[in-house]
Design a protein around this ligand. Structure first.
Ligand SMILES: [Zn+2]
Length: 199
């Protein structure tokens, strides 16, 4: 078992054989010197980019939850992520900002970033990624409310020219106390530097 990706060498070799076929089918010479190692490299890269499937949220958190010291709202801004769009298997990437109203527990920044990776490293759509991050923080921390804003650039749009090069997509989800508190949502957006009153 490969520790980095959670896949066996056998499975990675099987994925590589498919990449070799793909290289041939697009009209390339898969035996060309520059491409000989490409199927294996591509298989390992895909295995890494999808390793969230082989991870466990509880193992990631590993009881690294802290007693709430009295913070009313905790905001973590601009956690970077890289994911793969499930429609085209092309990257989309950007940042996630999280706000939550803790009850008894808070979580360290590095664990929060790893939870983002846990869901980003799969075949995804941005809306579901945003929702899953929101949901797991609520569930594992017992937070009174969670709000998540995700801003990303999608290569499937940029490479195919259907979107302006600079365009980014923002998705937002929230739960709990944020439902009835537009003032708290506004505080969150102010704090992360967006004045997106549309939410
Ligand atoms: Zn796509």
């Amino acid at each position: 078992m490969d520790k980095e990706t959670g896949l066996s060498e056998e499975t990675i070799a099987e994925i590589a054989a498919h990449y070799e076929a793909i290289i041939r089918l697009i009209g390339e010479d898969s035996a060309r010197e520059g491409l000989i190692k490409t199927p294996m490299r591509a298989a390992r890269a895909l295995a890494f980019a999808t390793r969230g499937y082989r991870q466990d949220a509880d193992e990631i958190i590993n009881d690294a939850l802290f007693e709430n010291d009295g913070s009313r709202i905790i905001i973590v801004k601009d956690i970077e992520f890289h994911s793969l769009c499930e429609h085209h298997i092309l990257p989309f990437f950007g940042t996630v900002s999280v706000g939550y109203i803790p009850d008894e527990k808070t979580i360290g920044l590095s664990k929060l970033a790893r939870l983002v990776d846990f869901y980003a490293r799969r075949l995804q759509v941005q809306e579901r990624l945003t929702h899953q991050i929101c949901h797991i923080i609520e569930e594992k921390l017992g937070a009174k409310g969670v709000i998540v804003s995700c801003t990303a650039s999608h290569l499937c749009m940029r490479m195919r020219g259907v979107e302006k090069q600079s365009a980014a997509t923002t998705t937002v989800d929230w739960s709990g106390e944020f439902d009835n508190r537009p003032d708290l949502r506004a505080e969150f957006f102010r704090s992360i530097g967006t004045t997106n009153s549309g939410f």
